[in-house]
Design a protein around this ligand. Structure first.
Ligand SMILES: Nc1nc2c([nH]c(=O)n2[C@@H]2O[C@H](COP(=O)(O)OP(=O)(O)OP(=O)(O)O)[C@@H](O)[C@H]2O)c(=O)[nH]1
Length: 135
């Protein structure tokens, strides 16, 4: 069976202490309670960078500048009902104060400790890469 390909752009925001921001998926969504990188689906006509800037503004109230988004890695994962292709960017600078706007819980986590958080299966292979990058 051919699965629908879903394109999602995500970003690891990194603070001055080399901690990574993750957000907990709300109760009303699939994979509720899992921790994920902020981001969301790329809409028709959008670049991944456009999608990220839009999603991050909506979710966290801050402005990202496209040139501060550095491509880092990607996830390619077969879920039961779709195939996820998710470029993951890293970003260390943004404009404004991070404030969750959609009722989500956020945490700043050292890369070494990310494995303590339940993340979607697509994200799991990305964690060792982040750990090495931020060591
Ligand atoms: N933002 C984000 N999404 C991820 C990650 N890992 C992962 O599997 N996903 C999946 O990618 C999709 C993200 O799309 P989304 O955020 O726009 O969709 P959603 O299910 O939250 O809600 P929606 O369909 O109502 O927009 C979801 O299926 C989500 O489970 C991740 O680290 N960050």
């Amino acid at each position: 069976m051919t699965k629908r390909l879903v394109l999602v752009a995500a970003v690891a925001l990194i603070d001055d202490d080399k901690r990574v921001l993750i957000a907990q998926r709300p109760a009303n969504k699939p994979m509720a309670g899992f921790w994920e990188f902020p981001g969301g689906k790329i809409e028709p006509g959008e670049t991944p960078e456009d999608a990220l800037c839009r999603e991050i503004k909506e979710e966290l109230s801050v402005d990202l500048c496209r040139t501060c988004l550095a491509p880092f890695n990607f996830a390619s994962h077969a879920y039961d009902d779709f195939h996820l292709l998710m470029p993951l960017y890293v970003c260390r600078t943004w404009d404004g104060e991070i404030a969750p706007r959609e009722g989500q819980t956020i945490e700043w986590v050292r890369a070494l400790h990310l494995s303590r958080y339940r993340m979607p299966p697509a994200d799991e292979p990305l964690i060792p890469w982040l750990r090495d990058y931020l060591a």
